[in-house]
Design a protein around this ligand. Structure first.
Ligand SMILES: Nc1ncnc2c1ncn2[C@@H]1O[C@H](COP(=O)(O)OP(=O)(O)OP(=O)(O)O)[C@@H](O)[C@H]1O
Ligand SMILES: [Mg+2]
Length: 148
C-alpha cells in the first residue's frame, strides 16, 4: 500500500497521470470513497498518462464512457448499481479480459464481484481541509512504484 496527500485537483490529476503511464492494458482500477473526493479528476489524469486525448467527465448517466487509444480506457460509474442483476444488465462482465483498462467509480457497489487479478485499489478520503485528499493505492509493486 502506498499513501499520498494532495492539496489541489491538479495534484490529484498528476498522480492519476503517473499511474496511467505505468499501465499495460487489462488493469482494473477500483475507486472507493464518497461524493466529490476526486475520482473523476484522478481519471482525467489517468487518461492523460495513458496518452489519451480525452475530455473525461463523470459517466453517471451513461454508466460507462470509453476513450479509445493504443490502450482503451473504460470509465465506469457504479453509483446507481445496487444489485447483481443491475450489474449484469449493464454488460459490465463483457468488459473484463478484453484488454481495456477499467476505471470504476463507486466500486463499493460491486466489491464482491471485482476480479482479483490485475486489480489496483484506490481509496480516497478527505484530508485536513476542503482541498486536501488522502489517496491510498494497493496493487502490484510496479504500479505502486509509479507514485514513488
Ligand atoms: N485535492 C483535491 N483532489 C481532487 N479534487 C479536489 C481536491 N480539492 C478539491 N477538489 C474538488 O473536489 C471535487 C472532486 O470532484 P470529482 O468529480 O473528481 O469527484 P468524484 O469523486 O468523482 O465524485 P462523484 O462520486 O460525485 O463522482 C472537484 O470539485 C474538485 O475541484
Ligand atoms: Mg465522479
Amino acid at each position: 500500500m502506498i499513501e499520498i496527500v494532495t492539496n489541489s485537483p491538479a495534484q490529484t490529476e498528476l498522480y492519476g497521470e503517473k499511474l496511467g503511464a505505468s499501465l499495460k492494458g487489462g488493469e482494473i482500477i477500483a475507486y472507493f470513497g464518497g461524493l466529490g473526493m476526486g475520482k473523476t479528476r484522478f481519471t482525467s489524469g489517468l487518461a492523460r498518462g495513458m496518452g489519451l486525448n480525452a475530455d473525461v467527465s463523470s459517466p453517471t448517466f451513461s454508466l460507462v464512457n470509453e476513450y479509445c487509444g493504443d490502450i482503451t480506457l473504460c470509465h465506469f460509474d457504479m453509483y446507481r448499481i445496487s444489485s447483481f442483476e443491475d450489474l449484469c444488465t449493464t454488460g459490465f462482465f463483457d468488459y473484463i479480459d478484453n484488454g481495456c483498462v477499467l476505471a470504476i467509480e463507486w466500486s463499493e457497489n460491486i466489491e464482491n464481484v471485482l476480479p482479483e487479478e490485475k486489480l489496483i485499489r484506490i481509496d480516497f478520503q478527505r484530508g485536513e481541509d476542503d482541498n486536501s485528499r488522502i489517496i491510498r493505492m494497493s496493487g502490484e509493486s510496479e504500479y505502486e512504484a509509479s507514485w514513488g
